[in-house]
Design a protein around this ligand. Structure first.
Ligand SMILES: [Zn+2]
Length: 302
């Protein structure tokens, strides 16, 4: 078996010069993994844009319609953090379908990666913090609808709290949300997840990994998820401009290996999504995201 890696060239769109979001990282991660041969071990799938009926499993009719039509107010787009464009709207649907497709592949085969996704600041009726549609929540709703998924867990290791995801599943006992994030980071109003692990500024590899090793086995044991959605944001990195934590590249790699290894050893299917990464050096962002896929491919060939 080779794992599925889902990618579309439309994951990267032009945001104009000087935008702080490194939108070209998606293409660069794909190109690096292809050039080094990692993707030769994987099955690369290209998603279609997600169906609006799937988007509406989580989002309001009004929000989906207005976003896709470009009928958002200037204020709404400021909160989202992106300028609206038709390619951006298409990108949001592609990235969402990428997570749905990767989730279906993981459900059937154990492990899969989307080279985008992790839009955990998207709420049912609005987007914020660079998150248009909550791909993780939508993929979970699709698997509930089509495949009888009864217990899902989200392990959110992006350095920012998964406030949209926590709100969407706040009163839903079928989905366990776990967020490991910087205590003093955006969003400044934290929403309660099933489990929130708030880390102090400057947290380094050892303390971060210890927190993960203390909590992840308990989540898996207590909740017994049938599948795990892993949000592998690389913004806990020490060089991140928005992160406030101090993990090294090796620490991030050990994090990925621990989460993916623990799930696969427990025979729980797991899907990875990329999440944030805002290091000054794009090279570091790309390498950190590429590591996640390398770790997944290496686990699969064991
Ligand atoms: Zn983030």
């Amino acid at each position: 078996m080779t794992i599925a890696v889902v990618y579309h060239p439309g994951y990267s769109v032009d945001l104009g010069p000087a935008h702080r979001f490194p939108m070209h990282k998606y293409r660069l991660v794909y190109e690096r993994l292809a050039a080094e041969g990692t993707l030769a071990q994987a099955q690369v799938l290209q998603p279609e844009p997600a169906a609006t009926s799937d988007l509406r499993l989580v989002h309001t009719h009004d929000y989906v319609t207005r976003f896709l039509a470009g009928a958002m107010s200037a204020q709404e787009m400021r909160v989202l953090g992106f300028p609206w464009s038709a390619p951006l709207a298409r990108r949001a649907r592609l990235a969402t379908q990428g997570t749905i497709t990767a989730s279906l592949m993981a459900w059937h085969h154990g492990l899969a990666c989307n080279l985008a996704g992790g839009s955990h600041h998207a709420f049912a009726d609005h987007g914020e913090g660079f998150s248009v549609f909550n791909d993780l929540a939508i993929a979970i709703r699709v698997l509930q609808r089509d495949h009888g998924l009864q217990r899902a867990a989200i392990i959110d290791c992006d350095v920012h709290q998964g406030n949209g995801t926590a709100t969407i599943f706040a009163n839903d006992p079928s989905v366990w949300t776990c967020s490991l994030h910087g205590a003093h980071n955006y969003p400044f109003h934290k929403v309660r997840s099933s489990l929130d692990i708030a880390l102090p500024d400057g947290t380094e590899d050892a303390a971060y990994l210890a927190a993960l090793q203390m909590h992840l086995p308990v989540v898996l044991e207590r909740f017994q998820p049938q599948m795990v959605w892993y949000l592998a944001g690389v913004d806990p990195y020490q060089g991140d401009t928005l992160g406030r934590l101090a993990l090294t590249l090796e620490g991030l790699r050990q994090r990925d290996a621990y989460v993916l290894g623990t799930c696969t050893r427990a025979r729980i299917p797991v899907v990875t999504t990329m999440g944030g990464g805002y290091a000054r050096e794009i090279e570091h962002i790309v390498e950190a995201h590429a590591q996640t896929v390398r770790v997944a491919c290496a686990l699969d060939s064991m």
